[in-house]
Design a protein around this ligand. Structure first.
Ligand code: TRP
Ligand code: ZN
Length: 876
């Protein structure tokens, strides 16, 4: 059998295009299986080479006609290209082709989502619509005519302004014109029947923007919150970055079939319905919080992404990291800063560190890519946002704002690079980022070691920092990074002391392999390092348990507070994994318990409940895993479970007290209610844990059943459902029956049911997933269902996935195999955790290898899966 290979593209092979397009006129005659696309585009030669032929991208197109300036042209169709030779320097190209939206299960290009037509063109989906220069540095003005299907259709939408509508032979049509030149990946079309939520926004210069949100019929109420978020985003971008919306309308459409979260198409954002449709009965507080964040994210792309776009896909982080930074600041200002920061840090420390330690490790600006869809990663998005945040730390808010405005004005309407952005930051930030650029070129997580001693005689505290980054598959040698380490000092009473060396700033710069810093301090105080997680690194500091307790009680920094508790948890888990292996007795987390008891004893109406909840949270298995190079999953999960049991039992009384004391004021979402419910539900969870540990299952069951019955919102119901399912309580079947009755016709709400069953921390999850794949509400072609069931097993349940039977691997790979030909990008995403087999024992490693080799032998193997499996198998 012939071995399948695909070739990677290299960043340094970038060539500017030979031709560009100034205007494109698209006509769609919509039909479920035979949509006719007619394109007239004005091409202009850019290269000096008069013989260069025009080479366009196209996939899965049925070509009908090609004309250059009205005359039939000579062309060749080969390898997903259309090549037209001997074209003039400037000409109109006419192309007619057909596409089949119904057969399109990849959800890239034009496809059907339930009844509606919609498009997804980023990164390379436009080539599935028509032959075009489908690259982000070709910017054209679009005029789009949409003719509805024969059977009729509610609305016909595209980017920009509606300039005409009417009927052609009983078929409705609409013409849209977008005044802003854009690359093809920002094109969008939606046609279908929706309910519309309408509103207006008055911009700071007094213009009225017409806002429309398109949702499933009958679901307008569930779109109200998202509409508020749109207005809030528009206002925030004016207030914080002085950016005013630039068109007279802004449209958001929610669809059920979508590969990612949402898409920033100019003035026509398309959303996964998860990030739009919420009400207290069907969506959790977290879901509401996420809607605000994703609505913000896509809206903020209007400047960082749309008005200033990318030269090529290697520059993806230019728009994504900056926009993530912006949406994080939005959530910080408009929801809760500490919670937003802690979430972001958690993504870095559980998922991004894992990616850095995997065969797919890549820098924020990758050097080579086979399938671009594989690079919408936590490194490009979230680590990239941390890198932007470091620049913000280094130059400060005012210079950062100046530099951003300068960048957006200078490059308006252009396709640029990360380098262009950095030069603006350097100029207006008055800083040299030469060494800092290594964050964009070197993959891997830096390890920072700290040591200090107090020199009493001279009243000096001497701090020594060193950094080291392990090799990644693409790079064996790493140079030191340039990073700000935020630092403060706590005296023994818990007061902050500031040495004169920190009078102008609250950070020091680490930019060598080893560095020494001296601080003038009258007494020996505790250095508190990496405040606010000021750099995306693993810090190794010799804090004693006492130090950690002290920081947890007294630090004003939410991250330090929470991280001190987290570090105590980690210490316990590490220690007891050893004990478990040596057959030694397990220990009690005495200090953690006393700190938590202390914390709980002070809860009153002034307590920041969100912060309390984050501090009390026991780290997930996934994030504990990232504190080990070699993962012993069974011992890790056992040690973690012991930790939870011991804390729950020791503080049962306190949790009961908390459970009865802290309640939300209503079912509605608000940050305050979210904090209240999160504490209330965590308390319930701990009480149930204690009861089950003591074998008082029927008490636990009654408690959970009551919680469920008394709940008037999804957040509480889901807590009951999850506890009943995970502890296998007697009330489980009653809750399952009720939940199915209430929600099995609401796909998004019911995804919670799939997730709760897929995340049971034992083999049981595998059986649950297998059984639920046959559930009438399950649809193996819908990415949201797949992510809620198989995806949850793969990405949120390392214990079951890595079960020693190998059944988790086999189940995941059989799904990946099925999805390979349906939706390769979703398949490749859920496969991710299996790439890191070298971090497990040899028995698991060989089982995974075998499964990956089987995938590699698939006759129709997709590029997405090939790239990842190839990287994994050629490693080590
Ligand atoms: N640019 C989108 C964002 O806001 C990401 C995205 C949406 C995407 N849909 C996609 C990326 C499909 C690749 C494929 O982050
Ligand atoms: Zn984005």
């Amino acid at each position: 059998m012939e071995k399948k290979t695909f070739k990677a593209k290299k960043r340094t092979d970038y060539k500017s295009p030979d031709f560009t397009v100034t205007n494109i006129d698209l006509t769609f005659e919509l039909d479920d299986t035979k949509t006719k696309v007619t394109t007239v585009a004005h091409y202009v030669r850019l290269t000096q080479d008069k013989k260069a032929s025009l080479v366009l991208d196209g996939e899965e197109l049925v070509l009908k006609s090609v004309k250059v300036d009205g005359v039939g042209a000579k062309y060749k169709e080969h390898d997903n290209k259309l090549e037209i030779s001997s074209v003039p320097d400037e000409f109109d190209l006419y192309i007619e082709n057909e596409i089949n939206p119904t057969a399109n299960t990849s959800l890239m290009g034009l496809y059907k989502s339930d009844g509606a037509f919609c498009t997804q063109c980023e990164p390379e989906g436009f080539r599935r619509i028509t032959y075009f220069l489908d690259r982000s540095d070709v910017l054209a003005k679009y005029r789009v005519k949409i003719v509805g299907p024969e059977y009729g259709c509610g609305v016909l939408l595209s980017n920009g302004n509606l300039i005409e509508q009417g009927k052609i032979k009983n078929r409705p049509f609409a013409v849209w014109e977008d005044p802003f030149p854009k690359p093809s990946y920002l094109f969008a079309l939606v046609a279908g029947t929706f309910d519309i939520v309408e509103d207006t926004f008055k911009t700071k210069s007094g213009r009225n923007v017409d806002l429309k949100l398109y949702v499933d019929r009958g679901a307008a109420l569930r779109g109200q919150f998202a509409m508020q978020c749109i207005k809030e985003s528009m206002k925030w971008d004016e207030d914080r970055f002085n950016l005013e919306y630039d068109l007279d309308n802004f449209k958001v459409v929610a669809v059920d079939f979508f590969n990612f979260g949402a898409m920033e198409n100019k003035s026509l954002n398309v959303f996964n319905s998860v990030y739009v449709m919420v009400d207290p009965d069907t969506a959790t507080d977290t879901a509401f919080y996420n809607v605000q964040s994703v609505i913000g994210h896509e809206y903020f792309h209007n400047y960082t992404g749309d008005r200033v776009t990318l030269r090529d896909w290697f520059e993806l982080s230019l728009k994504e990291s900056l926009t993530v930074f912006r949406d994080q600041e939005f959530s910080s200002d408009c929801a809760n800063r500490a919670l937003t920061r802690l979430h972001a840090i958690n993504v870095i420390r559980s998922s991004q560190f894992a990616e850095d330690a995997s065969p797919m490790a890549h820098p924020v600006r990758p050097e080579q890519v086979m399938e671009m869809n594989n690079f919408y990663t936590v490194t490009i998005y979230d680590k990239g946002a941390e890198v932007i945040r470091m620049i913000h730390t280094l130059i400060g808010e005012e210079k950062f704002k100046k530099a951003l405005s300068y960048y957006l004005e200078k490059y308006d309407g252009q396709a640029v690079t990360i380098e262009d952005f950095l030069v603006c930051m350097e100029e207006k930030g008055e800083i040299d980022l030469t060494q800092f650029r290594r964050w964009y070129t070197q993959a891997g997580t830096p390890n920072v070691d700290a040591k200090w001693h107090y020199d009493r005689e001279n009243s000096k505290l001497v701090l020594k920092l060193s950094q080291h980054t392990n090799p990644t598959p693409d790079q064996s040698e790493k140079q030191p990074f340039f990073m700000p380490i935020r630092i403060s000092f706590l005296d023994k009473d818990g007061h902050e002391v500031r040495p004169k060396e920190l009078s102008f700033k609250d950070y020091i710069v680490l930019n060598e392999s080893e560095q020494e810093y001296t601080f003038t301090l009258r007494e020996n105080v505790l250095p508190v390092l990496l405040c606010d997680f000021s750099a995306p690194v693993k810090l190794n500091a010799p804090y004693t348990t006492e130090n950690l307790q002290h920081m947890m009680s007294f630090s004003a920094d939410p991250f330090i507070k929470v991280d001190s508790a987290v570090n105590m948890q980690k210490q316990y888990v590490h220690e007891n994994i050893k004990n478990l292996k040596n057959g030694a007795a397990v220990t009690d987390p005495i200090e953690l318990i006393s700190s938590y008891r202390q914390l709980l004893s002070t809860v009153d109406e002034n307590t920041d409940l969100i912060l309390l909840n984050e501090t009390m949270k026991i780290q997930s298995v996934s994030s504990l895993m990232e504190t080990f190079d070699h993962i012993e999953i069974d011992q890790l999960s056992a040690a973690r479970t012991m930790l939870v049991n011991k804390i729950a039992c020791a503080l049962e009384k306190e949790f009961k007290n908390l459970y009865s004391k802290v309640r939300a004021s209503s079912a509605n979402y608000s940050v305050d209610n979210m904090g209240r419910r999160s504490v209330n539900n965590s308390a319930l969870h701990m009480i149930v844990t204690a009861l089950c540990f003591k074998n008082e299952h029927s008490k636990a069951s009654d408690l959970v059943m009551n919680h469920y019955k008394n709940s008037n919102n999804m957040t509480d119901k889901l807590q009951a459902l999850t506890d009943a399912t995970h502890f296998d309580l007697a009330c489980k079947s009653a809750i399952h029956d009720d939940f199915e009755k209430r929600y099995s016709n609401n796909a998004l709400a019911f995804d919670n049911f799939f997730r709760a069953n897929a995340t049971v921390e034992s083999y049981k999850a595998i059986d649950n997933v297998k059984a639920l794949m046959k559930h009438p509400s399950y649809d193996g072609n819908n990415p949201n269902r797949v992510r809620a069931l198989v995806g949850a097993l793969a990405l949120s349940n390392p214990v079951a996935l890595n079960d020693i039977s190998g059944d988790g691997y086999r189940l995941l790979c059989s799904e990946v195999k099925r999805l390979n030909s349906i939706n390769a990008s979703v398949a490749a995403r859920i496969l991710t955790p299996m790439l890191s087999f070298s971090r497990f024992d040899s028995q698991r490693e060989s089982m995974i290898r075998q499964e990956l080799k089987n995938l590699m032998a698939l006759p129709n193997l997709s590029k997405s899966i090939y790239e990842k499996v190839d990287a994994a198998l050629k490693e080590r």
